[in-house]
Design a protein around this ligand. Structure first.
Ligand code: MG
Length: 374
């Protein structure tokens, strides 16, 4: 990087820290014209207060990137959460500080460029990386004139149904949320607090449809986890996501040997390199763009898990339809989808992305992601 670029970059990082909901463009000029990278935070308001074992919130701030080159704009989004130790402000500052470098790179060589950008963004900046990866692959799909699923050689007819998630709530609200999700053939229920039985009984008082359960690391005693899982098996549950804290690897291995339901790693799966080891304690992994760092790395995780005969679930954080649609383009590759993040919010900044019909994901047949600003 020359001194002028360095000064520009350093200056932008300072502005980013002072402007939590601001917007920062960076521009690089080459012989094909200027390339602009813009990053901003958007506040997404939740339809219902969202409670899991980790937190309770009424909104989420996510990071949005626009990559403008050759008159084409690519859109990207990252949703950093506290569990992975990065705030939205830190993710935005990291992108702003790397924006000059990103703008100067060649998007047609995105594989190499993404490795370099990941290094620039710094440790744990997976959601920031996802925002950049999604924006640049959206741009590349638009430039080539192909939808991203087609770029990856996938058949949109293979896209699975997505679950609709029910966060932890009172039995009355849980019944109401379950009734509101009537169109979805499978539900994902958040548990892991002391109210698990009441939650499942509230859901079961409204519907008999299959359930998937996410404990979000909530059970810390292995015998308790076994009791809970064996009871959930009697309640028409298909699998359990992250029953115990990610670091309790040996305990989860023991639990898995004592139950019938498949166990899926979510919080325990944070890099491609750890997937072979996870097979000793889990039947599958939950791939998220915000954990892997975008579409390209998620594709790699999926292929690694497949090669190990593991089940693959594709999930998302609470996010807009930009990030959900990006994940949906890979969904023809997976067994289970949980891509309801944008359905949980009331003010989606994008239109035209993935649709859900009776639970099935319908991929947009437009170049790139297929989303536009609302
Ligand atoms: Mg989960």
């Amino acid at each position: 990087m020359n001194r002028r670029d360095w000064l520009k970059t350093a200056g932008m990082a300072g502005v980013a820290a002072a402007l939590p909901l601001g917007s920062l463009p960076a521009t690089a000029q080459d012989k094909r014209g200027p390339t602009t990278v813009k990053v901003e935070l958007k506040r997404l308001n939740l339809r219902h207060t969202w409670t899991t074992t980790m937190s309770s919130s009424t909104y989420r701030d996510t990071v949005h990137v626009q990559y403008l080159r050759d008159g084409i704009t690519g859109y990207g989004e990252g949703a950093p959460i506290q569990r992975y130790e990065i705030t939205p402000e830190q993710a935005m500052a990291a992108i702003a500080a790397s924006a000059g470098f990103i703008a100067a790179g060649d998007p047609r060589q995105f594989d190499k460029l993404f490795t370099q950008v990941r290094g620039k963004l710094g440790p744990n900046q997976h959601a920031a990386m996802a925002a950049v990866d999604i924006a640049m692959l959206d741009w590349w799909g638009k430039k080539l004139g192909v939808p991203l699923y087609e770029y990856f050689g996938l058949d949109p007819a293979d896209a699975p149904v997505t679950t609709f998630s029910i966060g932890i709530d009172t039995p009355e609200i849980t019944r109401q949320k379950t009734a509101e999700a009537a169109d979805f053939p499978v539900l994902k229920i958040k548990v892991g607090l002391k109210t698990d039985k009441e939650t499942i009984e509230a859901v079961r008082s409204v519907t008999k449809k299959p359930l998937r359960v996410d404990a979000n690391e909530g059970w810390t005693d292995k015998e308790q986890a076994i009791r809970e899982i064996n009871w959930l098996e009697t309640q028409g549950v298909e699998f359990i996501e992250q029953p115990m804290p990610a670091h309790m690897f040996d305990e989860i291995k023991y639990v898995r040997s004592k139950v019938h339901l498949p166990i899926i790693a979510d919080e325990a799966c944070t890099s491609a390199a750890m997937i072979p080891k996870l097979r000793e304690a889990y039947d599958g992994i939950n791939v998220k763009l915000d954990k892997a760092g975008g579409i390209l790395e998620s594709y790699r995780w999926i292929q690694i898990a497949r090669s190990l005969n593991m089940k693959v679930m594709l999930g998302c954080m609470i996010c807009s339809s930009c990030s959900c649609t990006a994940a949906a383009h890979l969904s023809p590759l997976v067994d289970y989808a949980d891509l309801d993040g944008s359905l949980l919010i009331a003010n989606d900044p994008y239109v035209g992305g993935v649709k859900v019909e009776k639970g099935k994901l319908i991929l947009p047949n437009e170049p790139g992601l297929g989303v536009r600003l609302a």
